[in-house]
Design a protein around this ligand. Sequence first.
Ligand code: ATR
Length: 283
Amino acid sequence: MSDTRSAGRYGVIGNPIRHSRSPEIHEQFAQQCSIALSYERILAPLDGFEHSVQDFFQSGKGLNVTLPFKEQAFELASHNLSRRARMAGAVNTLWLQDGQLHGCNTDGVGLCADLRRLGHDPADRRILLIGAGGACRGVVFPLLQAGCELLHIINRTSTKAHDLREHVVALEPDTSRRLSAGGLDDHSGDWDIIINATSASLQQSLPELPDARYRKHSLAYDMFYAGEPTAFMVAAERAGADQVADGLGMLVGQAAASFAIWHGVEPDVEPVLAALRQHSGHI
Ligand code: ATR
């Protein structure tokens, strides 16, 4: 067997990290593309992220970053950030180029790719985004870039939704007409796509969403994923969503975009997604 370590060392860093599906995803992409690599889980101490990253890049080539370190990764790569990372204020993909640390955020492109895969291209759609935490920040600009007609962010703490809007509009003033914000009950009209980006699904609880109306051919998308439909997905179906989906496809999509940055090849997400679903009734 070849020594894959010499061919390229990659990994995902977080705390906790044991649950991460990234190794199996990247290993399957690598097989598909005949690229030799190793991909490991790295548990960084909560107060030791920078040291762990420096240590990894003594020999490593690329690192995915997950909770709770995406903002710290943004700071570490602050001299070499992609536009997506600047818009998100968070980084999930790090790599070395000319000896310097670079950072990007692929969460939003992963989401947009998954929406297209499901037959719901965000272009010209009215999209309601619920939540304004870390999970939201990476997806707002890519949804706007994908050409949605309107993106309305609502959050339990409405000031956070307004702050997120202001952050994006300050960096990209052209987005101001298509981006709005409010509290959880501050929405009117009907929606082509409603995305749950709150952490409510983690407790199988449901964000209160009075009277969110779905249009014809609509999609309810939960950025969370589990072995069974989330409370949000069940409620959305009852409320008239034509299609519901969890966020496993987004997870594979963001990994595919990181893979493309590191290796210059776009892997095929479908077989990897199918394998994950088949082998993981428990997720
Ligand atoms: P993450 O990084 O997963 O987004 P976060 O930054 O802590 O985590 O943000 C969690 C988001 O879920 C927030 O938008 C939070 O609303 P608040 O800003 O008002 O706290 C939202 N959230 C969590 N539980 C919720 C619930 N039960 N109902 C509605 N929103 C909820």
